[in-house]
Design a protein around this ligand. Structure first.
Ligand code: GTP
Length: 242
């Protein structure tokens, strides 16, 4: 039997995921839960943490991808002039996190994505995570609002509780982010001009205004919906329930 030579082994590529969002929305809790399956109860504001995870590579199209996760600070007001920009500029995918218990964090996310997209010719592949779905009594962002915003911003959307969603749900968020990054790279390679198909922030805000004050719909602990191609079409039903 022939032994595998180094050349025959599958290459591991690195994917850089930058986790962004307002303070205390659960960016560190999400990152640590993914890496260790432990939930951090305490709040300790992050300056910047970088994790490299080669132990559980994510496989997309037969290739292995290891994650480099940058957990950023929640001080996002002047992010353009912050040292975090060097990570954002080199990110393969951006994970925007907001809290379902604070509408302002969703508004912050819209503005943040607009500013970040404006800094490069091609917007970064992005996923959006609505966190803290376990706090049902404090919830003030409905699924409908969040899905509409995600659709308008051309993001995949995940709604979950880092505190109580299953390990598989947490893994799915990162696996989908990697797949999105890989697929986007392939699309860009195929389209030399690679200009954005992203939709305007104006339409995201318009959507929020439209559904504002409507009754929230009951939410499961976790669901995922990918962006739909047609802005005028209705929302897809959740693709995954865990
Ligand atoms: N109930 C509940 N609490 C959560 C959840 N996710 C995070 N938290 C709590 O929210 C607080 C803030 O979480 P962090 O992960 O530190 O938030 P962050 O976004 O990294 O905050 P910054 O470092 O300031 O940017 C902590 O006390 C967490 O335990 C969740 O899904 N449910």
């Amino acid at each position: 039997m022939m032994r595998n030579t180094k050349k025959e082994q599958k290459l591991v590529h690195w994917i850089k995921v930058v986790v962004l969002g307002s303070g205390a929305v659960g960016k560190s809790a999400l990152t640590v839960r993914y890496l260790t399956d432990r939930f951090i109860h305490d709040y300790d504001p992050t300056f910047e943490d970088i994790y490299e995870d080669e132990k559980k590579p994510i496989v997309v199209d037969d290739e292995q991808y290891a994650l480099r996760i940058v957990d950023t600070a929640g001080q996002i007001e002047d992010i353009e002039n912050s040292f975090q920009m060097r990570h954002i500029a080199s990110a393969d995918v951006v994970m925007y996190v907001f809290s379902l218990t604070e509408s302002q964090t969703l508004h912050d996310l819209i503005s943040l994505k607009d500013r970040i997209d404006g800094m490069s010719a091609t917007p970064k592949p992005s996923v959006m995570v609505g966190n803290k779905s376990d706090l049902t009594h404090m919830r003030c962002v409905s699924q409908e609002e969040a899905m509409g915003v995600a659709n308008n911003l051309n993001c995949s959307y995940f709604e979950m509780s880092v505190a109580s969603s299953s390990r598989e749900s947490v893994d799915t968020v990162f696996q989908s982010a990697v797949k999105l990054a890989v697929d986007s790279q392939k699309v860009l390679e195929n389209q030399k001009d690679g200009k954005s198909v992203g939709k305007s922030v104006k339409s995201a805000l318009k959507w929020l205004k439209k559904v504002h004050r409507r009754k929230s719909v009951c939410s499961p602990m976790f669901f995922y919906v990918s962006p739909v191609a047609d802005e005028s079409s209705h929302q897809s039903p959740p693709a995954t329930f865990v």
